[in-house]
Design a protein around this ligand. Structure first.
Ligand SMILES: [Ca+2]
Length: 522
């Protein structure tokens, strides 16, 4: 929990009372739409035969979850780096321009994506480090478990970050296969907070142990080096391609949470200098190429018309890293804050023949919606426990008049503070502190510049006209403030709020390492 916590060491989930949201009529509308459309068939001999079999089966799902990629980093969202594969993906699919993660930091964000719950509900906050004794609870239900129950092959290639001890690993949460890092790639002895200290410095001894690489539950490299990190993006991609090829005749759920573009940045030789815009741009280009290679594999095996692919990021850019960080584009702040720059992520959905091509969806949606949406697509039942996400297939499939199913979305951070709530148009911040460069430049060469804690008072922003959250319009809209306050009160009662010292009733605990549990040793 050391380096990445950015003040989010114990946040809680925002709990939108399920009942409130379920009032919305859309949810039921949606259901009819998704299972009825049959994918186009392209039967051609050889691989075409597999495709024909594939097309009559349940759809495959692929989720890319990029680490710390900013809203303004990729071509379809106005980014400056060349991303031809994502450009094509957006041209053939749909951009979601108002799509949020649950928390502006790694572990919490991943917990929400995989469980369909606010991270506050499932007890995972901040970024878990090598000394963490907790992880995703065994009673939580992940997308992988829902899919596996439907007969899907499942795999995770990339960064897990929901607990590194065996009982918390992907293989215990519905994934048949896992290859990757257990947590962030900067949680190693070369972290800039420690690497530059004298060898005998006391603080240096508090640094990180060597970084392990896992296959399944086994450590296959006990000391990942920089040279090893250069190969991560490529190796995850090769694993993903191999997994798709091996499962071409069986439905699959493939989760690719790339280690990049989280610092420290590394690229393979092929991408070194390729962007002509620095190492960060090179890393974005290698991620882009990874997406292209996997989409090309789906096309080659004629699985494209039967595969839903989602691309998004786990949080906004880590701005103190300056030239080694991305851009939030027009949005305010970045990772570690619940401003839009921290939580609104560049999101693309792709499913030729199902998701409208070249479309943009400006309706609000979030990573908590991914589980119920995939459940709908693959014909799985939702978990019996309460979740916070809602089915967004009407948006995904471009139903006329479809709107966001969310009445409210809540932003918990920094130890369970309910820092903000929003609806389709308005976002109300409650008074809180947040880390910021405050207009100063970010760091250079992979070292972060210091941030200071800034304060925001009660503030209302009109996201429709001011997505950059610059102009406080609370005074002019007392009715909106009152309505959002009321929704926030309900969320606090459900999942708590440390800002108002409210205890919620609906939160569930994280999993905790117990005496006798196996430890990951390396
Ligand atoms: Ca992250």
């Amino acid at each position: 929990m050391r380096n990445e916590r950015i003040g989010d060491d114990g946040s809680q989930r925002r709990g939108v009372p399920h009942d409130t949201r379920m009032k919305l009529p859309l949810v039921t509308l949606v259901l009819a739409a998704c299972s009825t459309v049959l994918p186009a068939q392209k039967g051609i001999p050889h691989e075409g035969r597999a495709a024909t079999a594939a097309n009559s089966r349940r759809p495959n799902v692929v989720v890319f979850f990029i680490d710390d990629l900013g809203y303004g980093d990729i071509g379809p969202f106005g980014g400056a780096f060349p991303t031809p594969n994502l450009d094509r993906m957006a041209k053939e699919g749909m951009r979601f321009t108002d799509f949020s993660v649950s928390s502006a930091v790694c572990s919490a964000s991943r917990a929400a994506l995989l469980t369909g719950c606010y991270h506050q509900r499932v007890g995972i906050a901040g970024a878990l480090g090598p000394d963490a004794q907790i992880g995703l609870h065994e009673n939580e239900t992940t997308i992988a478990e829902l899919c596996r129950a439907q007969g899907y092959a499942t795999a995770c290639f990339g960064k897990w970050h929901l607990g590194h001890h065996p009982k918390f690993l992907p293989t215990r949460h519905g994934f048949d296969e896992f290859y990757g890092l257990p947590y962030s790639n900067d949680m190693w002895p070369l972290h800039p907070n420690y690497a530059n200290l004298p060898k005998d410095a006391k603080a240096r001894k508090q640094g990180y142990p060597s970084l392990p690489l896992l296959e399944g539950e086994r450590v296959v490299d006990a000391e990942v080096t920089g040279s090893d990190q250069e190969l991560l993006t490529r190796t995850y991609t090769e694993r993903a391609v191999d997994f798709v090829e091996r499962n071409r005749e069986r439905p699959f759920f493939l989760y690719v949470p790339h280690t990049m573009v989280h610092v420290p940045l590394f690229v393979s030789a092929e991408f070194a200098g390729k962007s002509c815009k620095g190492l960060y741009g090179d890393a974005v280009m290698e991620i882009d190429a990874s997406v292209g290679r996997i989409l090309d594999t789906l096309r080659r095996l004629e699985l494209d018309s039967n595969t839903l692919v989602l691309f998004t990021s786990d949080n906004g850019p880590w701005l103190p890293y300056g030239e080694h960080a991305g851009s939030a584009g027009p949005l305010r702040e970045g990772k570690g804050t619940m401003f839009e720059g921290g939580i609104r992520t560049p999101t693309i959905a792709w499913w030729p023949g199902r998701v409208p091509a070249g479309a943009a969806c400006a309706e609000f949606a979030a990573t908590i919606d991914v589980l119920p949406t995939i459940a709908k697509v693959v014909g799985a039942k939702l978990p019996e426990h309460k979740i916070d996400g809602l089915d967004i297939t009407p948006l995904l499939f471009g139903e006329a008049g479809a709107t966001s199913p969310h009445e409210v979305f809540c932003c918990w951070y920094a130890g369970g503070q309910l820092q903000a709530v929003r609806d389709a148009r308005w976002k109300l911040h409650f008074p809180h502190g947040y880390p910021s460069l405050d207009g100063k430049p970010g760091g250079r060469g992979g070292s972060p510049a210091p941030q200071t804690t800034q304060q925001i008072g009660l503030s209302l922003f009109d996201l429709r006209n001011d997505p950059g959250e610059r102009i406080d319009v609370a005074a002019a809209n007392p009715d909106v403030v009152a309505r959002l306050q009321k929704l926030a009160d309900a969320a606090r009662a459900e999942l708590g709020d440390t800002l108002t010292k409210t205890k919620g009733t609906g939160a569930r605990p994280a999993g905790r390492l117990q005496d006798g549990d196996a430890r990951l040793v390396w």
